[in-house]
Design a protein around this ligand. Structure first.
Ligand code: F6P
Length: 321
């Protein structure tokens, strides 16, 4: 193994820089040349590349976002784009391509793998919606950001005896929502996986019950995948007469200095990615399952399933009385 490429793809996630640092430094430690590819797969297609040295990843561990920049790349959805990407990989003389990103990026990898590109994936998305791994880089920082927002909203909503409805990110998954709901002490959480179990009528009923037992303010978390946050806030206010405000955290949740957990996983996963390449593994992804780092086949990873542990929600309800 002489030369590898590394890129970050899809939505950025805090901790991506720590993963880049680990990939670059582990590779250099083993005398492997590293090519940094900017703006995800776009950089591969447009030749936005640069050799990376140890100093290029100095002082980046603490930074949110990604120093390589990232993008979603529609061209990778076309056979022409894929062929071009695979051809450039060969022209560059790469022995492997480390892709740091989420499910969409993994699907791009699977297509490239068919064209002879050796892809190694590192899971990174704040959404935690990757089926092959119990942890993806960025989740902990995003939850901490959500918790911080809930703490602040609690101050103002309790001062005004209001209801606060807070929408958190997560695309179609409710991991960020249920975690924020638990650690922020929310009374209720609406998340996509609970379709048919929790609806706005039940939430409103819960708010009224809580007020009747003396609660003077309310915190409700809504997952982006459920949406309708402004309408829910209006309905709560119209039906209960309780002043209600909606807050959508949006991209605030993607930024910020990564937490220790994110830096740890990113560093270990970056190291394991390069180790896998050194061991001659091809088209594999790094996972963290049952407390251990493991490596599984890319194709297999895309066929896996995982379910959100709804017990967290049941406990939220018990603790919200
Ligand atoms: O996948 C991360 C994520 O932040 C999701 O939670 C959200 O739905 C999406 O990306 C937003 O995408 P964009 O930054 O392209 O608007």
């Amino acid at each position: 193994i002489r030369k590898i490429g590394v890129l970050t793809s899809g939505g950025d996630a805090p901790g991506m820089n720590a993963a880049i640092r680990a990939v670059v430094r582990t590779a250099l430690f083993h005398d492997i040349q590293v090519i940094g590819i900017r703006k995800g797969y776009n950089g591969l297609l447009n030749g936005e590349i640069k050799e990376m040295y140890s100093k290029d990843v100095s002082n980046v561990m603490n930074l949110g976002g990604t120093i390589l920049h990232t993008a979603r790349c529609p061209e990778m959805m076309t056979q022409e784009g894929l062929n071009k990407a695979a051809a450039i990989y060969k022209i560059l003389g790469l022995d492997a391509l480390v892709v740091i990103g989420g499910d969409g990026s993994y699907r791009g990898m699977a297509e490239l793998a068919k064209l002879g590109v050796n892809c190694i994936g590192i899971p990174a998305t704040i959404d935690l919606d990757m089926n092959s791994t119990e942890y993806s880089i960025g989740f902990d920082t995003a939850v901490n950001t959500g918790m911080d927002a809930l703490n602040k909203l609690r101050d103002t909503s309790s001062s005004h005896e209001r209801c606060s409805v807070v929408e958190v990110m997560g695309r179609d998954a409710g991991y960020i929502a249920v975690w924020c709901g638990m650690v922020g002490g929310a009374e209720d959480v609406m998340f996509p996986e609970a379709k048919g179990v929790i609806d706005s009528q039940k939430v409103i009923q819960q708010i009224l019950e809580n007020r009747s037992i003396g609660k003077r303010h309310n915190l409700i978390v809504v997952a982006e995948g459920v949406g309708g946050t402004q309408k829910l806030a209006k309905d709560i206010q119209d039906i209960t007469g309780i002043q209600t405000r909606a807050t959508i955290l949006g991209h605030l949740q993607r930024g910020g200095s990564p937490t220790a957990i994110d830096r740890m996983h990113a560093s270990m996963m970056g190291y394991h990615a390069v180790k896998a390449i050194l061991e001659g593994k091809e088209n594999q992804v790094i996972c963290f399952n049952k407390g251990k780092y493991e490596i599984i086949g890319l194709e297999e990873s895309l066929g896996m399933e995982k379910t959100l542990d709804q017990d967290i929600y049941n406990v939220i309800k018990i603790l919200a009385i």
